[in-house]
Structures are given as structure tokens and as C-alpha cells.
Design a protein around this ligand. Structure first.
Ligand code: ANZ
Ligand code: ZN
Ligand code: ZN
Length: 845
């Protein structure tokens, strides 16, 4: 037994004292600086989605950053040259609202929040290279966001157009399609209405095909995310068909073009539907229909896309009084407008086939429009349709195409249309161009000026950044507050030198965050956004960690940007993120933590009470990182107690532990070990092996942690039962301690470092290599267990030691011999000596 058992001699585990001490030591020793020129080690780029500086960290942040931090630390121990940066996505609306409500300049509000959150991040012991921090709201960053705009502009990928756009009254700005969720503002949940505005777009649709085609390469992404992207890009194959107008319009339009995925149904078209916003509506509306059409268009404008397209809504619409001609059969069909036709999909017009499309069926029923069946089930009898028949089948009443099956007919009819010049095959994407204009102040100004003589001109690259002015009135609504700044507004044309006016829209903050992972690689470059050679070395991000709420917006924009940059020779990869981990939510007693529910746990409170190590250990312990995690106060307490036990275990037996002498190879010969020492040595090596597997590519920290707990328990048992009474170092305990501290190091970096040093080991535990298991010790020894009835051995089984009582009981009852001796009797009592015997006591009478 150990001589130093008295707990009184050991000081308590005090994370509040240990943690800040190590944090400042790590910072001054520069141990987390990334060595860029270190080419001997393979690179590893670990990245968390950088936060918006709302003011304080929440538990979602803590979880996100703890996950990435453990990954980064493990990779570092495993010999990688790890880059693990942090920064702030620091433009955006709340700063402006603070300016309106409290009169604080957005820059100050933002930088104050950043300062506070940075101290919080540091207190969590995260391994960031803070020298690389980027702040998107600072001109040394947004200068290059503006550069990016000019780059896209030069390559024809940024343009301005008038378009019906999503408008949120609460944001007082337009939103991108991706920011409208179920017809509501992604931030406010308020309804989004359509407005016609002149706006800047990025031409992401040029990359639709590549964004889609690359998805199968992203094997390191969760399938649900690639699926969401696939659906968002939404590729449809079909045809464009053109229906002639009865007479050309005043401006010479002769046709209505439609996109259809079912050219095989063209003989069944009985009317035409234009979107209320379709450019032909005015020209085609007859005087008698004018009032009804105008009223209908006004109404449609105030509806959200989700309202317009909801399947169960009663269909509405009005006829224009005009007609067009079906090019397949020469039939004259009426032209209507209806809000179920969307202005910005296909060509904004639908050839309506009520017999074979549910929406058209509902519309035709409502307005008594004819239904003509042209597709039938192969074995169908000629009964009239009771509802739209939307599947493929065989064509009927389609002239020369009759009796063809749908698939062949699609091809044949498209070919026919092409030969006759009224159509051709077409691929249509649901993806729209990315609307990046925002009528806001706190964003990167779009670097364009408007000259009366030259029109819109891009600002010269050497004149960047276009900096945000301070003389603005934040209270003006519906227009950018930048319009209130005379110093900003007036400028001169870069081309002719005449007076010009600056663009007052700023860029969507998603532009800032679509390239920050590149700037992290070369954050101080003041000549270029980054050096392509550095990008070539570090990209792609090996592991990206963040919330699934970014599955579409941020990830799609970033992928687009990488591709666009690559096409200009700036990067060498299409795809920025090799592996993506979307962490689950942090819940409290089953519900999402939220202010309104009053169930928020403030990270500061946990840090104060238990310290960062407990917070980190706890938040990783309960569920795999991809799953939701339920916060329970009692479980935090349990984690703290576990770390306290580790502290005790190690310091109570300090004299038996010699890490310094232990070296990389422990010098232990497994074959020569027996008894408790042999079992502990096995356990330690199984822990290395199991934990390394748990980490693998899916980072199962929860099972990693339970293995660490098991090892600590085994060590606790060993010091009670297996330790010799002499105070000499015990090689097996030393080895197990070393393994324990190395496994704990990524999760509880302060505790591991403190104990490492107190045991007199050299260097930092965090620069130590990840341990390798002694393969010989992985195979557990087998033991023989006697199965008895009333004390008489009736059978024997060989097992891996350590089975639970329940398992042993089951094993005994499963034995045929035991069952035959029992003869149908149920044992009254079962005595179990683990790893040795099971004795079933049966009454004789
Ligand atoms: C005729 C037809 C017959 C259609 C039929 C479908 C079934 P996806 O798969 O989403 O690409 N459509 C085309 N443009 C539209 C617009 N601007 N607004 C609303 N609907 C539009 O859908 C393609 C189908 O959606 C097209 O094929 C068209 O209706 C309709 F039995 O054409 B179909
Ligand atoms: Zn909003
Ligand atoms: Zn000019």
C-alpha cells in the first residue's frame, strides 16, 4: 500500500488557479503559432466556423470550438503541422441596430464585443494562433472583400439588374433567396415580400453544374448536407418550347417561351400561364381585361413565394384576353396569369397540362378550362380521369407520336421541336444568382461609382479600400444609411475624373465569410488578398466544423468562390472543405437553449464554477459531436468530480509514478507481467488503441471519454490492490498514467499539462507525440469461470475477464449442462465471484 495516502497532504484541484497560468504560459511560449515553412510534417487545417460577435459566447460556440480544438490538438500530437485559426465575422445588422438604439458607433460596439469574446475564447484554453485572427469589419480585411468583388466583376460574374427581390421590413433590406426560409426572413421570421429593385448579383448560376457535379467528390461531408445542396441547386432536364403569339407585340416579341420537364405532354396543353411579373403581361393584356389584371398583379406582389406555390392553396388567376398557338397541333390556347407561375424560374411561363399536372388540374377545375388526356397507363381502359395522371405512360391522341412511351416521346418531340425551330433540349437549375446588395451601413461597401458620363465604373484596385464613413445618419429607413454621408457619397470618376456618386449598397455579409478561410492562410498580406503559393500548400481545409444551419448558404457560396478564384489562377482546388462535421445543438433538459425559454446556461458561469477543462470534458462526453447534446447540471458536476479523482489519483501516488524515466518505449516486457500489473498494462494499451479508433475520421469523443474513464477506474483499482508497498516507481502505473494524461491532453489541456509537469516530465504534454499501443498487450487474457449448482462444479466457460454480473449470470443460465442439472427449477439465489465462478443456489425440495 502506498505511504502517501492521506488526502490532507494533497492540495485540492483548483482549475481557477491552474488554467489562467497555463494559458498565459502557452501564449508567451508561442507554442500554438503555426509554422508555415515547416514542410517536413504534413499539413492539417482545422477550422471552426468563425463567430458573429454578438457580445458573448453561448454553449453552441463552446461545443463547436471544443470539438475543433480537440481535433487540432490530436492532429498536432499525431505529427501534423496544424493550422487552427480564429477570427470574427463582424459585419452585420445588430451593430447597426445598437447604433440606432444606443447611439454607439457600429465599429465600437463590434470591437467591444470582440474584445470580450476573445477573453472568453482564451479562457476556454483553445489552441488558436491569435496572430492570424481576421476581423471582416476592418478595412485591412474588407479591402480584399472589395477586391474580390472587382475580381468577379472583371470576370463577368458580378452584375447589376432590376429584379423582383425579397424584402424584409425588419431588416429594411433585401435578402438573398437562401436567406428566405419558408417565406420568412432567416433572421427575423417576418414575412418576406417581393419588390422590384436594382441590385447587384453574383453569377453563381454559371457554376451550377460544377457545384452539382463536384458533390460526389465530397465524401468527407455528411450526406444530408450534400443532399441539401443538391436539392438547392435543383437540376431539371427538359425542353424549352416556344408558343407563337397571334400577332407580334409592339416591341417585336413573337413567342412565349416555356420550360417543361414533360415535353411528352405537349399535345395536352389547354392554356398558358404567365407569372404576374412576366414582361409580356402588359403587351398581351386586352383593354377589357386590364383592370382585373392590374388588381391581380398588385395582390400577387404581396405574397411570399411559399404562399404562391403551396400545393393546397386554392388556385387563383385571370385571363389576359390574348391567345397563343401550340406548335405541336396548331391549336389556339388562352393566356392567363396566375401566381403559381414564378417569375424567376425557367422562363416565367408554364404550358399548362391539366390532365397530367396537379396544379394545372386544380386550376383548370376552378376555371372550367378543358382537360385533355394524352398519356395513359400502358394497360389502361378508356375511363375519364378522376385526377391528374402525373406518371409516365404511353401517348394517345398525339398524331405521329401516339403509342410512344413517355421517355421516347420526350426525346422525339424535343428533336421535332428543334428541327422545326420552336424549341430545344434544356437543363434548368433552381439555383438563382446570388443577390449581394444590402441597403445597409455595416458591411463592405460595393466598390463602384456612378459617373454621369461613363455610367457605373468599378473603383480602381489601387484605390481600395473604399472605407466606411462615420458621418452617417443611421435612422434613415429603406435606403442605405450611407446615402446620408456627403463625404462618402461624392467622389470622382476613376475614368474621366468628372464628379461621380458612390454606390451606397454594401455587400451581404456572406460575401465576407465566403473567403475568410483563405485569408487565415496569409492574414497580413497587404499586397494581395493572399499568396496563391501559400493557398496551394494549406488548402483545402482538412476538417471544417460548424452548425448545419450553414448547410446551404455559407457552404455553397464558399464553394462557388473557390471555383471562381481557381478559374483565375488564384487557388488550385475547386473545393474548400475536405471534411465537414456539423455539430448537433446544445439542449437544456430536452429543449433548445434560448433567451425566450430562459434556459440558457452561460459559459462564464461554468468557467467560474468548474473551469474550462470540466466544461470541455462535459460538452464532449455525452453524445457524438454530430448529435444533439442535452445539458444537465448534475452531469457537469459529475465531470468535475471525475477530473478531481484524476488529480487525486495522480498526485496521491506521485512517488510511484516516474514519467521522466518512462520514455517513449516504456521498457515494459508484456510477457513478463502477470496479475494486476498485466491487466492494467493491457487496459492502458487497449485504451490507446480504442481511443485512436474512436477519433478516426468521425471523432467519437463520447466513447473516447468513456474509455478514458475506464482506464482511470482501472488505475484506481490497481493502486488499491496491485501496488507494492515500497515507494519505488511502478513501471506499469507510470505507463498507465502517461497514457491517461496524453489521452486527456486534447480534452482537458490544463489539467493534463499541470499533472505532466508536477510529475516532472519534460516539455509540454501538448508537444508530445500521440502514444502507440503495444500490440502484444491488446489481446486480453482469457479466464475460466466455474459454473456451479449448490457449490458443485457442473460446467466451465472461458471468457474475457471483466464481464459484469448480469453477463455472467446469463452465461451460466445459457449453459446446456447447467440447464439439464437444474431440471426446470429456478435458482433462488445466485452467487457471483467475477472472473472466477457463478454459483446457482436451488432448493432441494
Ligand atoms: C408542362 C408539364 C406537364 C409540366 C406535366 C409538369 C408536368 P421542376 O421539376 O421543378 O423543374 N414550370 C416551369 N416553369 C415554371 C415557373 N416559372 N413557375 C412554376 N412552374 C413552372 O418543374 C418543371 C415544371 O414546372 C415544368 O414542366 C412546368 O410544368 C413547371 F404533366 O410543363 B411542366
Ligand atoms: Zn429580417
Ligand atoms: Zn466618368
Amino acid at each position: 500500500m502506498s505511504a502517501e495516502k492521506s488526502p490532507l497532504q494533497i492540495e485540492a484541484y483548483r482549475p481557477q488557479e491552474i488554467e489562467p497560468r497555463w494559458q498565459s504560459h502557452w501564449e508567451t511560449s508561442g507554442q500554438y503559432k503555426t509554422c508555415v515553412r515547416d514542410d517536413a510534417r504534413p499539413k492539417y487545417y482545422a477550422l471552426s466556423m468563425f463567430p458573429y460577435p454578438s457580445g458573448r459566447l453561448h454553449m453552441g460556440h463552446v461545443r463547436n470550438y471544443a470539438i475543433t480544438d480537440v481535433i487540432a490538438r490530436v492532429k498536432k500530437m499525431q505529427g501534423f503541422n496544424v493550422l487552427h485559426p480564429m477570427g470574427y465575422d463582424s459585419f452585420g445588422l445588430p451593430a447597426e441596430n445598437a447604433a440606432i438604439q444606443h447611439g454607439i458607433p457600429p465599429a465600437r460596439w463590434t470591437m467591444d464585443n470582440i474584445a470580450y469574446m476573445t477573453t472568453q475564447l482564451k479562457a476556454l484554453g483553445l489552441m488558436y494562433d491569435w496572430d492570424r485572427a481576421v476581423y471582416t469589419c476592418r478595412s485591412d480585411y474588407y479591402r480584399w472583400t472589395q477586391w474580390l468583388f472587382l475580381y468577379l466583376y472583371k470576370h463577368g460574374l458580378a452584375y447589376k439588374k432590376e429584379a423582383p427581390v425579397n424584402w424584409c421590413d425588419d431588416c429594411a433590406t433585401v435578402l438573398a433567396n437562401e436567406q428566405v426560409i419558408d417565406g420568412q426572413c432567416w433572421r427575423h421570421g417576418s414575412p418576406v415580400v417581393k419588390k422590384n429593385l436594382n441590385q447587384w448579383f453574383f453569377k453563381i448560376t454559371d457554376y451550377a453544374e460544377r457545384l452539382l457535379d463536384n458533390l460526389p467528390q465530397l465524401t468527407g461531408w455528411p450526406e444530408k448536407v450534400t443532399l441539401m445542396q443538391r436539392n438547392w441547386i435543383g437540376r431539371s432536364t427538359g425542353a424549352e418550347l416556344r408558343f407563337a403569339l397571334e400577332s407580334p407585340t409592339a416591341d417585336g416579341q413573337t413567342h412565349i417561351a416555356v420550360f417543361t420537364t414533360r415535353p411528352d405532354t405537349a399535345f395536352g396543353v389547354t392554356y398558358m400561364v404567365l407569372a404576374p411579373e412576366h414582361p409580356l403581361v402588359d403587351a398581351l393584356t386586352t383593354p377589357e381585361n386590364r383592370d382585373a389584371v392590374d388588381a391581380y398583379r398588385a395582390e400577387a406582389r404581396n405574397k411570399t413565394e411559399i404562399e404562391r406555390t403551396a400545393a393546397d392553396r386554392e388556385k387563383t388567376g385571370v385571363p389576359l384576353g390574348a391567345f397563343c398557338v401550340n406548335p405541336f397541333n396548331g391549336e389556339k390556347i388562352p393566356v392567363w396569369i396566375a401566381d403559381y407561375a414564378l417569375a424567376d424560374y425557367g422562363s416565367g411561363a408554364v404550358m399548362a397540362v391539366p390532365a397530367h399536372d396537379e396544379r394545372d388540374w386544380a386550376f383548370a377545375s376552378r376555371f372550367n378550362l378543358p382537360v385533355r388526356q394524352v398519356i395513359t397507363r400502358p394497360s389502361a381502359v378508356g375511363a375519364p380521369l378522376q385526377e391528374a395522371y402525373t406518371e409516365s405512360g404511353v401517348l394517345i391522341d398525339c398524331d405521329g407520336f401516339s403509342a410512344m412511351d413517355s421517355e421516347s416521346a420526350k426525346e422525339a418531340m424535343t428533336r421535332f421541336a428543334q428541327e422545326k425551330g420552336f424549341g430545344e433540349a434544356r437543363v434548368q437549375y433552381r439555383l438563382r444568382d446570388w443577390l449581394i446588395s444590402r441597403q445597409r451601413y455595416w458591411g463592405a461597401p460595393i466598390p463602384v461609382v456612378y459617373c454621369e458620363a461613363c455610367g457605373p465604373r468599378p473603383v480602381a484596385e489601387c484605390d481600395l479600400p473604399v472605407t466606411l464613413p462615420e458621418d452617417v445618419d443611421f435612422s434613415i429607413k429603406g435606403r442605405s444609411p450611407l446615402e446620408s454621408s456627403p463625404t462618402f457619397l461624392q467622389t470622382i470618376c476613376p475614368d474621366c475624373g468628372k464628379p461621380a456618386r458612390r454606390e451606397t449598397d454594401t455587400m451581404d455579409t456572406f460575401v465576407c465569410s465566403s473567403w475568410y478561410y483563405l485569408r487565415f492562410l496569409d492574414p497580413h498580406n497587404d499586397q494581395r488578398p493572399f499568396d496563391p503559393a501559400v493557398i496551394r500548400h494549406w488548402m483545402p481545409v482538412d476538417q471544417y466544423v460548424g452548425g448545419v444551419e450553414h448547410a446551404i448558404l455559407h457552404l455553397l457560396y464558399s464553394r462557388f468562390l473557390m471555383m471562381a478564384l481557381r478559374d483565375g489562377g488564384w487557388t488550385s482546388h475547386d473545393e474548400p472543405f475536405a471534411h465537414l462535421l456539423t455539430q448537433g445543438m446544445v439542449l437544456k433538459d430536452g429543449a433548445k437553449m434560448s433567451k425566450s425559454k430562459g434556459n440558457i446556461v452561460d459559459p462564464d458561469d461554468i468557467l467560474r464554477e468548474y473551469g474550462a477543462d470540466t466544461a470541455r470534458f462535459f460538452i464532449l462526453s455525452d453524445s457524438p459531436p454530430q448529435a444533439d447534446f442535452d445539458w444537465k447540471d448534475s452531469a457537469v458536476e459529475g465531470c468535475f468530480k471525475f477530473l478531481m479523482r484524476v488529480w487525486r489519483l495522480v498526485l496521491d501516488h506521485k512517488s510511484h509514478i516516474a514519467l521522466a524515466a518512462d520514455g517513449a518505449a516504456s521498457g515494459i516486457v508484456y510477457e513478463s507481467l502477470s496479475g494486476d500489473a498485466r491487466r492494467l498494462y493491457q487496459r492502458a494499451n487497449q485504451t490507446i488503441d480504442g481511443v485512436t479508433r474512436d477519433l478516426g475520421e468521425s471523432f467519437q469523443f463520447n466513447t473516447m471519454i468513456s474509455k478514458i474513464r475506464e482506464l482511470a477506474a482501472a488505475m484506481g483499482k490497481y493502486v488499491k490492490e496491485g501496488l507494492s508497498s515500497s515507494a519505488a516507481p511502478d513501471p506499469v502505473l507510470s505507463h498507465a498514467t502517461r497514457v491517461l494524461l496524453l489521452m486527456l491532453a486534447p480534452i482537458t489541456p490544463h489539467l493534463a499539462e499541470e499533472l505532466w509537469h508536477r510529475l516532472g516530465a519534460e516539455g509540454s504534454v501538448h508537444t508530445h507525440p500521440w502514444p502507440v499501443a503495444d500490440v502484444a498487450a491488446l489481446q486480453a487474457d482469457q479466464v475460466e469461470v466455474a459454473l456451479q449448482i449448490n457449490g458443485k462444479v457442473r460446467d466451465r466457460v472461458t471468457i474475457t475477464p471483466g464481464l459484469s454480473r448480469d453477463e455472467l449470470e446469463c452465461l451460466a443460465l445459457a449453459s446446456d449442462k447447467i440447464q439439464s442439472f437444474l431440471g426446470g427449477k429456478t435458482p433462488g439465489k445466485i452467487i457471483i465471484v467475477p472472473d472466477k465462478l457463478v454459483n446457482l443456489v436451488v432448493s432441494i425440495v
